[in-house]
Design a protein around this ligand. Structure first.
Ligand SMILES: *Cc1c(COP(=O)(O)O)cnc(C)c1O
Length: 365
C-alpha cells in the first residue's frame, strides 16, 4: 500500500462557522442530505507523490478545471455511514472499517488509488471531532458521513487519471421515516437493468446511480416509490433496489437474500442482518430469487415478509411490487414482525442501547 499512513491532518478551522443558534434551528428538523456541517476533509493523491496534503478545513466549493477527468469519464466513488451520539455523550460509528475496505474495493474496480484504511478512518474521526456539535440528538437521528473520491487530473485522454481528490463531508440527518416506518411500493422495470456480470455493480460509484435515474423516474410515473432491478442476463432474478439490498422472509422462518455475484452492492447493513438473523435462529440462504417465484410465494402465503436495507433507512418493509405483469402484495402490505424485530435489534446495537458482541461499534477516541 502507498505511504500516507503517517500523514498528519492540517487543521484550518472555519473562520465563519454557522452561529450556534442558527445551527440549533437547522438541527431541529434536518431532513436528509440538505444541510451540511462547517468543515470538510480533503486528501490529495498524485502518481508521483502518493497521498499528500491532508486537511481539515472550511467546507467550500472545490475549484475544478473543465478538463478534470471525472467530468468526462466518471472516475468517482463514494461511501455512506453514520456517526451517532449516545446518551452518555460518546460518539460512535457503525463498522467504519467495513466502509474503508469497501472504499478500497470500489477504487480498485474503477482503476483509482486505494486510500489506506487507517487514513480513511482517521479522516472521518477528524471531521466528526471538529463538527461534533452538528450531531443531532434524538431517536433515529445521526450525522451522515459522505467520503468520496474523484479523478481531478486535467486531461482528456482515456486512461486512469494520475491525480485524485479524496474528500469527506458530513450532513445531519433526521429520522428517515418521520411518520413511522412506511412500507415501500416498488416498480420492477422490464427494460432497464442496473448492473451486468463483469460490470461495476459491486462498486459504490456515482455512475451506477446516474444509470438508475431513468428507471427511478419510470417507477415514479407508475406511482411507485422506488425501482427494484432484475438481473441483466435473464431479467428474472431480483438484484436490489439500486441503493438498498433485499431480503425475503418465509413461513418456515427461513430468510433469503440475493447472493453477492458481482452485480449487487455488498451492503454492510445486509451483512450485519445476515448475522443477526442467524443469531435469532433463522436459516439464512444467499440464493437467487425470481420475480415469478415471488409472485407465486406471495399468492400461496409462503412469503410472509420482504424488506430492503441500507445505511440511510436501515430497514424498510416492502409492501407492494408492481410490474407490467401485475401487482404483488406481500402478506397484508404492512410491516412484518421479523422485519420489525431485526430493525429494532440492529438500531439498538448501532445506538449503543444493546450489547455489541461483534465489535461493530467504533467509539471516537
Ligand atoms: C450503499 C448501497 C447499498 C447499501 O449498503 P450499506 O452498506 O448497507 O449502506 C445497497 N446498494 C447500493 C447500490 C448501494 O450503493
Amino acid at each position: 500500500m502507498t505511504g500516507g499512513d503517517r500523514l498528519d491532518f492540517e487543521l484550518h478551522p472555519n473562520a465563519n462557522p454557522v452561529p450556534a443558534a442558527e445551527r440549533s434551528a437547522l438541527l431541529s428538523s434536518p431532513g436528509f442530505g440538505r444541510i451540511f456541517t462547517d468543515h470538510m476533509v480533503t486528501i490529495r493523491w498524485a502518481e508521483s507523490k502518493g497521498w499528500y496534503d491532508a486537511r481539515v478545513e472550511a467546507r467550500a466549493p472545490i475549484p475544478l478545471d473543465p478538463a478534470a477527468a471525472v467530468l468526462h469519464y466518471a472516475q468517482e466513488i463514494f461511501e455512506g455511514l453514520k456517526a451517532y451520539q449516545g446518551s452518555d455523550g460518546s460518539v460512535t460509528m457503525f463498522r467504519p472499517d467495513a466502509n474503508a475496505r469497501r472504499f478500497r474495493e470500489s477504487a480498485r474496480r474503477m482503476a483509482m488509488p486505494e486510500l489506506p484504511d487507517e487514513l480513511f478512518l482517521r479522516s472521518l474521526e477528524e471531521l466528526v471531532r471538529v463538527d461534533r456539535e452538528w450531531i443531532p440528538q434524538g431517536a433515529e437521528t445521526s450525522l451522515y458521513l459522505r467520503p468520496f473520491m474523484f479523478a481531478s487530473e486535467v486531461f482528456l485522454g482515456v486512461r486512469p487519471a494520475m491525480e485524485y481528490l479524496y474528500c469527506a463531508i458530513a450532513s445531519p440527518a433526521g429520522a428517515y421515516f418521520a411518520g413511522g416506518v412506511k412500507p415501500l411500493t416498488l416498480w420492477a422495470s422490464e427494460h432497464y437493468t442496473r448492473a451486468a456480470p463483469g460490470g461495476t455493480g459491486a462498486a459504490k460509484c456515482g455512475g451506477n446511480y446516474a444509470a438508475s435515474l431513468a428507471s427511478q423516474a419510470e417507477a415514479i410515473e407508475h406511482g411507485c416509490d422506488q425501482v427494484i432491478f432484475l438481473d441483466a442476463v435473464e431479467r428474472k432474478y431480483i438484484d436490489e433496489l439500486g441503493g438498498m439490498n433485499v431480503f425475503f422472509v418465509f413461513d418456515d422462518g427461513s430468510i433469503v437474500t440475493p447472493p453477492l455475484t458481482g452485480s449487487i452492492l455488498p451492503g454492510i447493513t445486509r451483512d450485519a442482518l445476515i448475522t443477526l438473523a442467524r443469531e435469532k435462529g433463522h436459516e439464512v440462504r444467499e440464493e437467487q430469487y425470481a420475480l415469478a417465484q415471488w409472485r407465486e410465494d406471495a399468492a400461496s402465503g409462503r412469503l410472509r415478509e420482504a424488506f430492503a436495507c441500507g445505511t440511510a433507512a436501515v430497514i424498510t418493509p416492502i409492501g407492494v411490487v408492481r410490474s407490467p405483469a401485475g401487482e404483488i402484495v406481500v402478506a397484508d402490505g404492512s410491516t412484518g414482525a421479523v422485519t420489525q424485530g431485526l430493525r429494532d435489534t440492529l438500531v439498538a446495537i448501532q445506538r449503543g442501547d444493546a450489547p455489541d458482541p461483534h465489535g461493530w461499534v467504533r467509539r471516537l477516541a
